[in-house]
Design a protein around this ligand. Structure first.
Ligand SMILES: C[S@@+](CC[C@H](N)C(=O)[O-])C[C@H]1O[C@@H](n2cnc3c(N)ncnc32)[C@H](O)[C@@H]1O
Length: 217
């Protein structure tokens, strides 16, 4: 054994010991907080986020669906989504947020956030009909099987206006193609969002954005 490999082995043992003792010394809640922060930081810089902020949200802004007095529903909140709501509300619309996990309420729209299940939308919002629903990273992150996706599509269909826009963001390594499996039928048809199109496959990523519109009732 050379002196270099002996030194590398010792360094590796030292790092392992530090990580091990760090795990024992740093309380789990702080480790979880750091991990959430690092994951958010990474996600906020991913190619699908850049596309969402630079192209897709502004494209919705060009439609009449996000104008004054219109209602928007953003499903699934994270630290990095908290800046999206003001972008969506730029033209005077009101954005609501929803997430099943009460721990992420702090990242929802202040004053218009609901803790709840996408499958219960009709009970949660009996009086609101949304002009746009943005459902990004929910299919494949809790709504995983085709039958649950179909139930979620039906639930979204009950709270969206006829002709309302739906953004469905999903990952090819997590779920089957929702257009191929037809889980959005018969409630939603694929639709072309000006300057985005019907489907945007994000380069260097497994992320796909699909655009739908609620079929007339
Ligand atoms: C990967 S994050 C996606 C967050 C965000 N929409 C985005 O664009 O990145 C998935 C979120 O979906 C939420 N979620 C999972 N199943 C849900 C359900 N049945 N109803 C509402 N929210 C759900 C989780 O709590 C989590 O916060």
């Amino acid at each position: 054994m050379t002196s270099d490999s002996r030194e590398n082995g010792s360094a590796h043992k030292l790092v392992s010991a530090l990580v091990f003792s760090g795990k024992k010394l740093v309380p789990r809640v702080i480790r979880e907080h750091i991990s959430e922060y690092v994951n958010s930081w990474r996600t906020a810089r991913s190619p699908d986020r850049a596309l969402l902020i630079k192209s897709i949200l502004p494209a919705f802004g060009q439609t009449s669906a996000v104008a004054f007095h219109k209602a928007i529903l953003w499903i699934g909140c994270r630290r990095y989504t908290k800046n999206y709501y003001s972008l969506l509300e730029h033209g005077g619309a009101q954005c609501w947020t929803l997430d099943l996990d009460p721990r992420v309420s702090q990242w929802g729209r202040a004053g218009r956030h609901v803790v709840g299940d996408i499958l219960n939308l009709a009970d949660i919002f009996p009086d609101i009909r949304f002009d746009v629903i943005l459902c990004n990273g929910i299919f494949g992150f809790g709504i995983d099987t085709s039958s649950t996706q179909r139930r979620a599509a039906e639930a979204m269909a009950t709270v969206i206006t006829p002709g309302g826009w739906l953004l469905l963001g999903w990952n090819t390594d997590r779920i089957a193609d929702p257009v191929q499996t037809q889980v959005m039928k018969p409630w939603f048809d694929q639709a072309s969002l000006p300057s985005v199109g019907e489907r945007f496959v994000v380069a260097r990523s497994t992320h796909v954005y699909d655009i739908f519109r609620r079929c007339p009732a």
